[in-house]
Design a binder for this molecule. Structure first.
Ligand SMILES: [Zn+2]
Length: 279
């Protein structure tokens, strides 16, 4: 029997997880793992409109996230409320994330890769980095020892999965063919996002006035985009539609990657990725 894991998706903005790794999360939820999402900012500057306040944007995007999470089978969402596109204080965020890892007994973190090339968004970098550190540091009893009361204990989170664009060749491929529709439906909840990334999607519709016909167009474009990316990854690794990750096992205070990095220094070829095929 597969171990049931507590998994935390830790990301910067409400739409990050769904667009980068919704398929894998939906698959893990359907396999019985307990999934939490931790959204570090409210995404309040994520609009190009002038006729809307930050408060309105934050409220709308949180509602979109809740709707998407429901489709993906995410158990509970935590909004941490750090400033969007501001300067999040790293240690403050790390302490907060360590607290959540300990409280929720998180075995696997899935997050943004802070080491990806040309990442311009500071929230993506700091959130990915602090989530990775929380994964490796929550086990130290003398770190943030003020948290260790009322039964809260250090916790050994065993792995960190980096999602989306990666700074390293992937070492885990998850077949999401069976949950592709959930990924599309979850992404469709993020109406605010379409305005920002309409050039990527090729959506030529008035997003201030989303009619039923426009919704059909958006859905078609989203499907095409996700399918082309997912199929390209899947084809390379001999599965259907897939998402790719770089996974690091944790040890106290570091990742368990000495052998792998040494092997790369010596110019050896990379080990093939682990393929999570459909059951
Ligand atoms: Zn983001």
């Amino acid at each position: 029997m597969v171990d049931r894991l507590n998994i935390a998706a830790i990301f910067a903005h409400p739409d990050d997880l769904t667009f980068l790794a919704a398929g894998s999360v939906a698959r893990w939820a359907s396999e019985g793992h307990k999934i939490y999402s931790i959204c570090c900012t409210n995404g309040e500057v994520g609009t190009l409109r002038r006729d809307i306040t930050k408060k309105d944007v934050a409220k709308k995007r949180e509602e979109e996230l809740d709707a998407a999470n429901k489709i993906l089978g995410i158990k509970k969402n935590y909004m941490l409320g750090y400033p969007d596109a501001g300067f999040i204080k790293g240690e403050e965020l790390r302490k907060n994330l360590v607290y959540h890892v300990r409280k929720l007994k998180i075995d696997r973190i899935i997050t943004l890769d802070p080491w990806v090339k040309y990442e311009v968004h500071p929230d993506h970098v700091i959130v990915g980095r602090m989530a990775a550190e929380a994964g490796a540091f929550s086990t130290f009893p003398l770190l943030y020892e003020d948290q260790l009361k009322n039964g809260l204990e250090p916790y050994n989170c065993s792995e960190v999965w980096f999602m989306g664009l990666l700074g390293h060749a992937p070492n885990a491929i998850v077949d999401i063919s069976q949950v592709m529709e959930k990924k599309v439906q979850a992404a469709l909840q993020f109406e605010s996002t379409f305005e920002i990334i309409k050039n990527i999607f090729g959506i030529q519709v008035d997003l201030n006035n989303i009619t039923d016909l426009n919704k059909v167009k958006i859905e078609k474009n989203l499907k095409r985009l996700f399918q082309s990316i997912g199929t390209a990854i899947g084809k390379k690794y001999g599965v259907g539609i897939a998402e790719a990750f770089y996974v690091q096992k944790t040890e106290p205070g570091h990742f368990d990657n000495f052998q792998e990095i040494l092997s790369e220094i010596l110019g050896n070829s990379l080990a093939p990725p682990k393929i999570y095929r459909r059951d």
